[in-house]
Design a protein around this ligand. Structure first.
Ligand SMILES: [Fe+2]
Length: 333
């Protein structure tokens, strides 16, 4: 969003807060897929780049690995045969994979319109696809030149390899795959379910990815500004985001993204039963905070009602939650 500013005033450029699944920033058609870009990479670690890709049946992604960057793919419909470090499985709706540098990966789409929900860190997929598309249109002979292809791949850090004779296994046996309903670590407090999908050790220490399921009517308050921009995807149900004490209100439905700008006091309210959201940019050490709370709640259950102490623990781990309400009932007092 870019508005003209009077002379002498700062120009403020913000991506939208609510990113509707059917209203992308860019469409990127390809012969065997249609890409939708929702967010460009942001900050020095190029986080929060988000998009969807719809693949036609039998589309293939050649076996390759990256010398840098992190790819998180959620299969949001259809089915894909995934080969990851010489192991092969079929992934379906709700299955997620997280690919670190050096992990070999290639794909064969088994169903028409198989949907990938992609979130990147240090990949800048948009720029490389955009450059490819410009060359394809204006200078196709350059794009076809093997020497140019080799130098481009080297610059992008992408290394293509021959597809190996892969071993077919259950998807639970592939460490990069987080099947639907599975988490690395799960917690359950007061009806809230929190599952760690990707650990900080898998993002070079930059962030964690969590799946949350909260009861209808739950409100999470982040009343104080903090230095990161949360990115949520609504998987089921609906979430209302209130920014600056209700000055801006957005409601995200299934498949929409919410992107909260840094330093923005806000709250999130769960609007429907069985609402499930993915939090793709958890920069707080939430796993450590929840481990500490879980241990103390087990030892001294009365601490569950001690909000000042809970908030102190959260703050130690850079978690800026300032209160929780369950259907209007506050637990932060
Ligand atoms: Fe890749």
């Amino acid at each position: 969003m870019c508005n003209k500013q009077p002379d002498g005033e700062l120009l403020r450029v913000h991506p939208p807060v609510l990113l509707k699944a059917d209203d992308p920033l860019y469409r990127m058609p390809d012969p065997d897929s249609m890409g939708y870009v929702f967010l460009m990479p942001e900050g020095p670690r190029q986080i929060n780049e988000a998009g969807d890709v719809f693949y036609i049946k039998d589309a293939r992604v050649a076996y390759h690995d990256h010398s840098r960057g992190y790819e998180t793919f959620l299969i949001d419909g259809g089915a894909v045969e995934s080969t990851l470090n010489h192991k092969q499985c079929v992934m379906e709706k709700g299955d997620l994979m997280h690919i670190r540098p050096g992990v070999h990966h290639g794909f064969h789409h088994l169903v028409e319109n198989t949907i990938w929900r992609e979130v990147f860190q240090e990949i800048d997929m948009y720029s490389s696809c955009n450059q490819r598309d410009i060359l394809r249109e204006l200078r196709p002979e350059i794009l076809a030149d093997p020497e140019f292809q080799a130098s481009r791949r080297k610059r992008l850090g992408t290394n293509y390899r021959e597809m190996p004779l892969a071993r077919v296994v259950d998807k639970h046996e592939i460490s990069q795959v987080r099947p639907h309903g599975c988490a690395l670590r799960s917690f359950c407090f007061s009806g809230m379910e929190l599952g760690l999908k990707v650990g900080r050790w898998e993002t070079d220490g930059v962030r964690e990815i969590w799946e949350f399921r909260f009861p209808k009517g739950t409100t999470l308050e982040f009343a104080r500004p903090f230095d990161s921009s949360p990115l949520y995807a609504v998987m089921e149900g609906a979430v209302q985001a209130d920014l600056f004490d209700g000055m801006d209100v957005y409601t995200a439905q299934e498949r929409d993204f919410l992107h909260i700008p840094a330093y923005t006091p806000h709250s999130l309210t769960i609007m429907e039963e069985n609402t499930r959201i993915f939090a793709y940019n958890v920069q707080s050490e939430l796993l450590n905070a929840l481990e500490a709370l879980h241990a103390e709640f087990t030892r001294r259950p009365e601490q569950m009602g001690n909000w000042p102490w809970i908030e102190q623990v959260l703050r130690e781990y850079d978690c800026w939650l300032t209160g929780i309400k369950f259907s209007g009932q506050e637990v932060n007092q």
